[in-house]
Design a protein around this ligand. Sequence first.
Ligand code: HMG
Length: 455
Amino acid sequence: MKTLVGIDDIASYVPKLYLEAEELAKARGIDPNKIVKGIGIEQLSIPDVYEDAATMAAMATLRLMEKNDLQPKDIDFIHVATESSPDAAKPISCYVLGMLEQRYGGGSFAHIGAPETKFACVGATYAMIDRLAYLASGWNQRKYAIVVGTDIAKYDINSSGEPTQGAAAVALLLGKNPRLMVYEPAFTSFGTVDDRDFFRPIEHTTAVYDGHYSIGCYLRNMRIAADAYKKKMFNSQGLKTLQSSLNDQIDLISFHCPFPKMVEYAFASFLIHDWRGLPKWNKLLDSTGPEPDRAGMSDIEFYISKKYSAFRKNFTKTKEFLHEYEEKVVNSLSALKLIGNSYTASVWLGVINQFEKQRDDLEGKRFGIGSYGSGSSAIICSFIVQPGYKEVVTNLNLMGALSQRHRISIEHYERLHNRKLELHESILPPKNEFTLDHIGKDRNNIGYRYYKFIE
Ligand code: HMG
């Protein structure tokens, strides 16, 4: 019999501080509507001075373990994906292990594997596939593996990316016969191109990027992956013909969300591509106007052209688009509007949000994941929601955590961003959490990070 593997439970951690997008807009002299309506961000999640990608990952993992009554002996791997690592050699996963041992006892995790994966925002999805494959192979010695996506999205002050900043971590509990969703490995597909859309050279603390170009890369790679996914589904007889709608096979979707408007662009581009050959297409063109000609243009030139953007915008106003968007996508975005980009964690926060917000019975539904990482790679994969999801979703608590955050002023935000505060000068006093205590300064430990749990 086939081994069913997938996601058993998910936990998240979002910093307790946030900045109102409107306050940022005022400080930068831009129309607040550009951020709130134009790109879809209402609040930005901001880490306090003692937080980094490692503390956030440790917090998400601790929550996952506590709510499932897990002990270190139950776990084979803690596999962390991040692009916010403070170290080019030591993986964040080892720092996380050290922090968890402060709770579970020295040496309690010595048996686990603890790698770190890097591929911009798509890293956690790559890590998840690796760990699911390991579980499916039967090589695992313990029941579960944990995959963590943890990131702080940081751009220069006054740059176009600044309003999309954010921070969060997500921990996925992976196992056999999972309660939440079973993975469909046969359809998993990739769209990968060596590109320069967004990167962060080792010596930089903020990303280097070409904003509009990166939108084109996201859309191009998603299309390559979606075409491959569709072909695999057709080959396994899940689709009648290659012209059939792939959208009809998918009930819910979470896309990587650098900012919520990007998800609208992505879903619209997906539907335009999916519906082009269907009988309803010509009728749709009556409301959108003709699809622009792409002759002589590269994929990216086309996707970021004014003509295509205008056509896509018209398409997003059709009742056919709005119906699908409301049904399948919108519920993934409520939390993401209040967090901003969180790179590797983003697509999984969308998954949590879908489960928290959906009121329909989801058992047996196909949940699609559209993960993208600059550099560049898209992964499209899917899961089938299991009966046990009803028990799991009662304890996800993402929206609840967001409602308890503390608003900070633009002055505090800028001091945190520019690293003007010492580790002991936090905005809020830490409580029941892991903190960065100090950083080594001596010859043998310069740059080494020391963490402490504060009761
Ligand atoms: P921008 O260029 O300043 O904004 O920044 P814009 O001029 O493109 O406007 C954005 C939207 O706001 C437009 O909507 C405007 O019309 C609207 P659209 O027409 O496209 O529907 N707008 C307004 N709406 C209402 N009132 C107004 C107003 N003014 C304008 N007054 C950009 C946008 C995305 C380029 C910028 O935020 C940026 O550079 N972000 C960073 C890069 C990024 O997020 N790229 C996304 C794709 S790549 C990716 O997802 C990977 C990533 O997560 C990293 C990783 O993988 O590690 C980034």
